[in-house]
Design a protein around this ligand. Sequence first.
Ligand code: PGA
Length: 379
Amino acid sequence: MVSSGIDDAAGARIVPADAISDNEMGLDIGPQTVARYAEIIRSAKTILWNGPMGVFEKDAFAAGTISIAKAVAYSEAISIVGGGESAAAIAKAELEKMITHVSTGGGASLALLSGHVLPGVAALNDKLKTRTPVIAGNWKMHNTWSEARALARAIRKGVGDTARVEVVIAPPFTALPVAAEEINGSGVTLAAQNVHWEDKGAFTGEISTAMLKDAGCGMVILGHSERRQYFGETDELVNRKARAVLRAGLQPIICIGETLSERESGKHEETVSKQLAGGLDGLTDEDLLRIIFAYEPVWAIGTGRTASPETAQEMHGFIRGWLFDKFGKNAGAVRILYGGSVKPDNIDALMRQPDIDGALVGGACLEAESFLRIIRFQL
Ligand code: PGA
């Protein structure tokens, strides 16, 4: 709908978009555009609306905006209206109650939804944050008995007050008892890197949850990408192991993450959803509260190539959203760690992201000094 100016209601006429003359301006969408938008809105599952269709403050040019407001309000989709003007349009149409969420922050709400950190919101989140950060060191196949003793001792000495952060170390099986002895009474949690899913039996070379508890473990890393890649660990096995770990009263740290080719072909979310669905099959929202997740993009592990804080946040947000869909509100309390080339010089930026609740550290946890600097991340 065009006219010579916003005060010229009488001169308003509806024309195709390519037939606006030089002395006219577009002031509203016409019925054909309304119909096309409404059709798309009807089939949408989630609608983000930011910006009215025209000068809706003038009744002569409000019809398009009001029609779209109605289409959004009557749709079955989750609807989020952002921006002072769109919010005013919804209010003018008296449809606020039919919108899932109306926000007066326009550009800001879109930026937030797309994973950007807004300093004001981050400050509030920090105040409200009940998820104690976890910094876990995965020693992988490193450290003999005496090396493990020295490293665990140095960590214990340097760790100080651990109330701010939950510190976890995961030595190889043989070093668990000596590490347990060194960290005893310090608040540092001992974790294993793997476990068998049966409680006991003829499983040569395997270790049970009872043995890990006996050795002083409180947590077990499951489904690390190296176990998936080199030892054929499937989502189904991760699920069986997670059940055994929960049954034993231990906490699983479940690792998920896509390979480089999955990321490059745009399948990262699909991969992670599949790993979550398989790994958590049959578990309850109560179980969820005892699980820690580690998002570790395989292309970032041991390569020195970290995901940027924004890329990591995007995936952490996606994972939390997935958990919300499946388990409901408990997802808000779940810790999701980032892993993959975490170092003293990138931990701070990672930890400033709202959905990154800690780190699973490989290479940089083998030197006490660098691990301790990671534990002392600065927000
Ligand atoms: P990285 O390993 O820090 O050496 O990349 C992380 C991990 O595999 O958990």
